[in-house]
Design a binder for this molecule. Structure first.
Ligand code: GTP
Ligand code: MG
Length: 137
C-alpha cells in the first residue's frame, strides 16, 4: 500500500463536481487518509507549481489555482500514484480516455478538474505541503 496526493481544482468545485469526483475515487478503491476544503494563496500556488515556473502557462496556472476553493486529499491504495494517474486521464481532457475523471469533469488543458502526483517522492512532498502529521489518519 502507498499514497498519492490529489486536489479537486477550482473549476471542478465551481461546476459542482466534488461529489462526482470523490465517488469515482472511492469506487476505484482509494482510501481517503486526509482531506480538506481550502483556498490556495498566490504564494502557495507558486510554491506548489515551482517546477513549472519557466513554462509559458505558469501565470495562468497560478491565477486559476487561486481563484476559488479546492479540495485537497491524501489517498491510499496499492500502486497509488500510477493507478491514480490512470484514473484521472491525460492532462488535456480532449485526449483523456473514456471514463477517466478528466474526460468526465474537466473543461480544458488549463482547467482540468484534478491534480495527481507524478511520483512517490512528489506524493510525499505534496502531501506534507498541504497536511500536518496530525491531519493524516
Ligand atoms: P497535474 O496533475 O495538475 O500536475 O497535471 P499533469 O501532471 O497532468 O500536468 P503537468 O504537471 O504537466 O501540468 C500541471 C498543470 O499545469 C496541468 O494540470 C494544467 O492545469 C496546467 N497546464 C499544463 N499544460 C498547460 C498548457 O499548455 N496550458 C495551460 N493553460 N495550462 C497547462
Ligand atoms: Mg503534474
Amino acid at each position: 500500500t502507498n499514497r498519492t496526493f490529489t486536489m479537486i481544482k477550482p473549476d471542478a468545485v465551481e461546476n459542482g463536481h466534488i461529489g462526482g469526483i470523490l465517488d469515482k475515487i472511492t469506487a476505484a478503491g482509494f482510501k481517503i487518509v486526509a482531506m480538506k476544503y481550502t483556498q490556495l494563496s498566490k504564494r502557495d500556488a507558486e510554491a506548489f507549481y515551482a517546477v513549472h515556473k519557466e513554462r509559458p502557462f505558469f501565470a495562468d496556472l497560478v491565477t486559476f489555482m487561486t481563484r476559488g476553493p479546492i479540495v485537497s486529499a491524501i489517498l491510499e491504495k496499492e500502486n497509488a500514484v500510477e493507478d491514480f494517474r490512470a484514473l484521472i486521464g491525460a492532462t488535456n481532457p480532449a485526449e483523456a480516455a473514456e471514463g477517466t475523471i478528466r474526460k468526465m469533469f474537466a473543461t480544458s488543458i488549463g482547467e482540468n478538474a484534478v491534480h495527481g502526483s507524478d511520483s512517490d517522492e512528489n506524493a510525499a512532498i505534496e502531501g506534507s505541503f498541504h497536511f500536518s502529521g496530525r491531519e493524516i489518519y
